[in-house]
Design a protein around this ligand. Structure first.
Ligand code: FAD
Length: 365
């Protein structure tokens, strides 16, 4: 597969199968079989146990960002909290962080991810040359357990001149294991692949595929699905609200050295961590990294004592982040009645936001 991620290279499409579409009418049709679509199907089935759901997917489950991300199960770094505070003020920033914290608790409560390949609970570290120390104190008062560390005593990384903030509650996962857990939990959901879907609007609406017409009570555009969003008059307005940003990731061969936890380098806008078998995962925005990701990582962080280790890249890929102007998800009604919704714009925080957001949207259907 072109641009295949490390996670995608570990599985075949058949490991994520849902039953093929068998009906002409569904209670809910979801466009997109990523974490958005699967999470929506999950909560819809929980709320309406006798109703039928169809996921329409262009390629394969987890073939988009959901199978290409770095697996940080995160509310966001301390610097992200700072960004939210500057954008929205303290109360809303903490509200968003709390929502994401609950998202992580929901995921780990609903699925036994501890048993899955690559689940880790080692906390996250935000590395920066400066921090807002006042925000650190206020965040602690609001129940967020950030700790400012004086020295990088815990790792073999060269972090001289940097300050480090630990968030012990953060986790990481193999994102396709979450997709798999979602798929395995679904009982009334079917899938239609490769359909070129044309959406016909009227008070009730239908989806015309190559050889059949499907009708449904609710339609949700879950995740990316840009052609559909942009080709129809109804969704055209959404184009103005979304931005597509390329994000690249690499995975190395397993290293001898163990690095604990997830790292955000907020000076350079990059991030890294290790898989359970000590492969290094390095990622960053394509436009801002300069040089290769690995060079950047080695030059910035690797201490001379570790340089005896040969670091070889085993997989590199580029994924697409769907971002809104203010960085928050776009979840909204696209029709006058309650029947068509857009659910997208999870940027680099999909693992930290989607599952809880899907629960909220379904609770309003
Ligand atoms: C490189 C990278 C690293 C990231 N790292 C992290 C991280 O560490 N932690 C974190 O929380 N988030 C991370 N993210 C963000 C996270 O992966 C996304 O927010 C999340 O996966 C979005 O899920 P989704 O279901 O909305 O979109 P997707 O997973 O992209 O799903 C959309 C689906 O729609 C399908 N589709 C597209 N067009 C059509 C169509 N016309 N008809 C039918 N189907 C269609 C696609 O094939 C795809 O399967 C990262 C993203 C990238 C790209």
């Amino acid at each position: 597969m072109a641009n295949e991620s490390y996670w995608q290279s570990l599985y075949s499409k058949s490991e994520f199968e849902l039953p093929a579409a068998s009906k002409n009418h569904y209670d809910l049709i979801i466009m997109g079989g990523g974490l958005s679509g699967l999470s929506l199907a999950y909560w819809y089935e929980k709320k309406f146990s006798d109703q039928k759901v169809l996921v329409v997917e262009k390629k394969a489950i987890g073939s988009g960002a959901s199978g290409q991300n770095a697996g940080f199960l995160t509310k966001g770094s301390f610097q992200y909290l700072h960004k939210l505070y500057k954008l929205f003020g303290l109360e809303k920033a903490f509200e968003i962080f709390r929502f994401a914290q609950q998202n992580i608790e929901l995921i780990t409560g609903e699925f036994d991810l501890k048993k899955t390949r690559d689940f880790q609970e080692q906390g996250s570290y935000t590395i920066s040359s400066q921090f807002d120390s006042e925000l650190l104190v206020i965040a602690k008062d609001h129940g967020f357990n950030f700790k400012l560390l004086d020295e990088p005593v815990f790792n073999p990384l060269g972090l001289k001149g940097k300050k480090i903030i630990l968030d012990p509650s953060e986790k990481s996962i193999n994102p396709l294991e979450l997709c798999r857990s979602l798929v395995e939990s679904l009982e009334n959901t079917e899938i239609l692949y490769d359909a070129i879907v044309e959406i016909t609007e009227d008070p009730t609406f239908s989806l015309v595929t190559g050889n059949q017409t499907l009708t449904c009570n609710h339609l949700i555009l879950g995740g990316f699905a840009p052609e559909i969003i942009f080709s129809s008059e109804t969704w055209y307005q959404c184009k103005e609200e979304l931005e597509f940003v390329k994000n690249e990731v690499l995975v190395t061969q397993p290293l001898k050295t163990k690095i604990l936890g997830n790292y955000y380098d907020s000076d350079a806008l990059g991030y890294f961590r290790q898989t359970a078998d000590q492969r290094l995962i390095v990622g960053g925005y394509r436009q801002t990294t300069g040089g290769t990701l690995l060079e950047k990582f080695l030059n910035s962080f690797w201490t001379p004592s570790c340089m005896e280790e040969r670091v070889e890249v085993s997989k590199e890929w580029v994924g697409q982040l769907v971002m809104s102007k203010d960085g928050l998800p776009i979840i909204k009604k696209l029709s006058k009645n309650n029947s068509i919704h857009l659910f997208t714009g999870f940027s680099g925080h999909g693992l930290g936001m989607i599952f809880h957001s899907a629960k909220e949207l379904v609770s309003h259907l």
